[in-house]
Ligand binder design. Structure first.
Ligand code: EPZ
Length: 414
């Protein structure tokens, strides 16, 4: 429940990156010694992944609010629980690690937030290329491989998850694997760093060509996760949409360049420090054209959050989503709040209006839900965002963090 119209001022502490934590948690399945992970965010997607690791035989314990200790079993279970797979699409990331370590893994088609059909064909093609044989049996997909062997793999699309699964599967086994057209996201670099600390031999992450030389086994390590660039971007938009003055810290500036460029293009003042960014907004932004692209382009995860900001900008903006089929599920609710938006498939045309008004809206997925909170921060009156549990999947304590910079927001079980 958000009472809009408050100008946000102050510093928001950014948590560890969800999209670095999840693949690194999955990769921990290949360790043979204990793993310590630091700066892990308190979000429900991490809880689901921990439940998955536990089901596969890892013993997971929190040493403090953001530090995990994972102790691997002698042997992993190879069947991933269907319920957890359905709950979170990212659970498909256990395939490469379990297959590499045990020579077998059984999963069902994954679920996750409903931002369009999210198949796993690139993952399957990658495992096949590495020598796994794959069969379906009453809705389950069974991957088996006596010994994975290196291969040249060309990805049709720079898929983040497929790149991560192949990096893991190729890390333990024989021979050299080259991934062409690999995803270049910062979280891929984090996974490479983590795997190499475990004893793997991975290089090239951050470019479109990643080379992995298989090793016999991996050990353990102690690793701290980078700050979440999407969470940081979300709070920068919160500052902009309330004509506020907000600093986000810690951040890695490099990871925010595409987001900062668009906020600057809208006319907001951005100040970069060593590991923080400050946004100062004195009024409405200017309309822009926005298109999501794989990294280093504008991140699809930030596109939904930009839309409420553009609803209040001066002029007509064009927004085009190229990564997922439906990142615009919150548009109808924004229109009910007084926005003027026309959509055609993945394209939205937004005509800026002087104000939005609060009403009851509903989160459909993590980022659309966050976007509705952002709209509520600027709207006149009260906005109630239902199904807010979607937002807790990827934002640690969003209510507390927004309250800390002056927002009138509370969470209630209705
Ligand atoms: C990761 O999802 C992120 N999730 C997503 O963040 C992010 O939006 C996405 O990368 C793009 O950056 C995690 O890292 C846990 P993809 P992923 O494979 O790996 C299609 C968030 O809000 N595709 O790069 O699932 C797919 O349907 C989440 O934090 C296939 O067709 O993304 C999509 O259209 C959402 N076949 C496109 O590729 C496949 O086998 C990009 O997907 C795999 C993907």
């Amino acid at each position: 429940m958000v009472d809009g119209g408050r100008r946000l001022e102050g510093k928001v502490r950014i948590s560890g990156a969800k999209n670095a934590s999840l693949p690194i948690l999955a990769a921990s399945l290949m360790a043979t010694q204990p793993v310590i992970l630091r700066n892990i965010p308190q979000i429900s997607d991490v809880e689901i992944m921990l439940a998955m690791l536990t089901a596969l035989g890892m013993s997971c314990s929190w040493l403090d609010d953001h530090t995990l200790k994972l102790v691997p079993p002698k042997q992993l279970n190879t069947k991933a629980p269907e319920k957890l797979l359905r709950e979170m699409r990212a659970s498909i990331l256990v395939v490469g690690p379990v297959l590499a370590k045990e020579g077998k893994v059984i999963v069902t088609q994954p679920g996750g937030c409903n931002i369009g059909p999210r198949p796993i064909d690139y993952h399957i093609k990658g495992m096949e290329a590495l020598g796994a044989n794959i069969r379906e049996d009453s809705g389950m997909i069974i991957f088996e491989a006596e010994q994975l062997k290196g291969a040249e793999i060309m990805l049709d699309y720079p898929s983040v998850g497929a790149t991560e699964n192949i990096m893991c599967a190729a890390a333990v086994g024989s021979g050299k694997t080259v991934i062409h057209n690999a995803a270049k996201e910062p979280e891929i670099i984090e996974l490479q760093n983590f795997l190499n600390l475990l004893g793997a031999r991975v290089k090239g992450a951050g470019t479109d060509r990643i080379t992995i030389v298989g090793v016999d086994s991996l050990g353990g390590t102690d690793y701290s996760v980078i700050p979440d660039r999407i969470e940081a971007g979300t709070y920068l938009v919160a500052g902009a949409i309330t004509s506020g003055d907000v600093t986000v810290e810690p951040v890695i500036i490099d990871h925010l360049e595409a987001i900062l460029a668009k906020l600057l293009e809208m006319g907001f003042a951005i100040t970069k420090e060593a590991n923080s960014v400050r946004i100062q907004a004195t009024g409405r932004g200017k309309a822009i054209a926005l298109r999501s692209m794989p990294y280093p382009g504008f991140p699809t995860d930030m596109l939904p959050e930009m839309i409420p900001l553009l609803c209040l900008a001066d002029g007509i903006s064009m927004v085009y989503e190229t990564v997922f089929a439906s990142r615009l599920k919150h548009v109808d609710d924004l229109v009910r709040m007084g926005a003027r938006i026309k959509t055609e498939g993945r394209l939205a045309m937004i005509t800026g209006v002087p104000a939005l008004h609060g009403t009851t809206v509903r989160a459909t997925d993590l980022r659309a839900g966050a976007a509705l909170i952002l709209a509520g921060l600027a709207a006149n009156g009260q906005t109630i965002v239902e199904n807010a549990e979607h937002i807790d999947r990827g934002y640690e304590d969003i209510v507390g963090k927004l309250q800390s910079v002056g927002a009138e927001i509370v969470a209630r079980d209705l």
